[in-house]
Ligand binder design. Structure first.
Ligand SMILES: NC(=O)c1ccc[n+]([C@@H]2O[C@H](COP(=O)([O-])OP(=O)(O)OC[C@H]3O[C@@H](n4cnc5c(N)ncnc54)[C@H](OP(=O)(O)O)[C@@H]3O)[C@@H](O)[C@H]2O)c1
Length: 271
């Protein structure tokens, strides 16, 4: 009975992880959300699944105690173990996500965005891994997967000339390093800790609010840069992205630990 915890699964890629994993009655799926009542896409999806194998827990990843409580709740249900931890949550809110480092109205606004993004994208995975580690040590696979991004990879950013999405990219770079640090920390215990990119995924069907019209010009600029650097790129549907990720997660082992895996479309070593 493999058990999975998806951290941040109310919508988008996290929701699709829950859906695909829960289709197998063999799996037990734990999913954390910030607000269960407002997680309407997840509640709707869960209500249509064939098995009663999804457990929805509330935890904001910036609240360390809430994450510890979620881990304690998982332990109560699972008997104290967890096989695979997938940290998916990220700060992606529309107001700031596309900005470059010169696009903030004030230093205070830039600092505030940096602090909030660091809490979700860097400290979030650290406190989550720490909270779930005792359970993972009792698990059968000892796999920790951080959903990373090419936006945090130097070669990608240089190739795309991606000045935009700056705070997101810098904090995702740090998140990739979080995986590498835990890989080193846990290598003598047989753990596999990786960061992996889902690719360019269209999650607009589960947005929590409509994307503001004002973002369209900047989004188009970024898309033009993407397609200029990677002409074969196309946005993936969440289903395809998560199918690929689950194959990758099933096949990784300690030899992969500490690595960042780019998506096929953005693999600079093959294009
Ligand atoms: N989509 C892409 O093209 C793409 C590309 C590269 C990497 N990624 C990575 O893939 C992951 C998922 O992205 P997505 O596109 O599916 O984004 P999304 O649709 O915006 O979903 C983000 C998820 O993170 C959760 N979250 C945000 N802040 C949180 C917090 N403080 N505590 C707990 N949960 C929080 C959100 O929950 P709420 O509903 O409560 O807001 C939501 O479930 C991210 O790590 C992202 O960096 C995505």
């Amino acid at each position: 009975m493999p058990s999975y915890a998806i951290i941040g699964g109310s919508r988008g890629i996290g929701l699709e992880f829950v859906r695909q994993l829960a289709l197998s009655g063999e799996n037990t799926v734990f999913v954390t959300v910030r607000n269960k009542q407002k997680s309407t896409y997840l509640l709707d999806t869960a209500s249509k699944l064939p098995h009663k194998n999804v457990h929805i827990l509330e935890a904001d990843v910036v609240d360390n105690q809430a994450i510890k409580n979620a881990a304690a709740d998982v332990a109560k249900i699972s008997g104290g173990s967890l096989d695979v931890l997938i940290y998916n949550a990220a700060r992606l809110e529309f107001d700031n996500i596309l900005r470059g480092l010169l696009d903030y109205e004030s230093e205070e606004k830039l600092d505030e965005e940096f602090i909030q993004s660091s809490k979700v994208n860097v400290l979030g995975p650290i406190h989550t891994v720490n909270a779930f580690l005792p359970l993972l040590r009792e698990g059968t696979t000892k796999k920790i997967v951080l959903i990373g991004s090419e936006g945090g990879e130097r070669d990608f950013v240089r190739r795309v000339h991606l000045s935009e999405t700056a705070v997101y990219g810098i904090t995702k770079a740090a998140e990739n390093m979080v995986a590498t640090k835990y890989a080193a920390e846990l290598e003598n215990e047989g753990f596999t800790v990786v960061a992996v990119s889902p690719g360019f995924v269209d999650v607009s069907s589960t947005y929590s609010e409509p994307a503001p019209e004002g973002n369209i010009p900047k989004f188009n600029t970024i898309a033009k840069k993407f397609y200029g650097a990677f002409p074969k790129t196309r946005p993936l549907a969440p289903q395809e992205a998560v199918e690929r990720l689950l194959v990758y997660i099933a096949n990784i082992g300690p030899a992969d630990s500490g690595s960042f895996k780019p998506s096929l479309e953005f693999d600079t070593s093959t294009q």
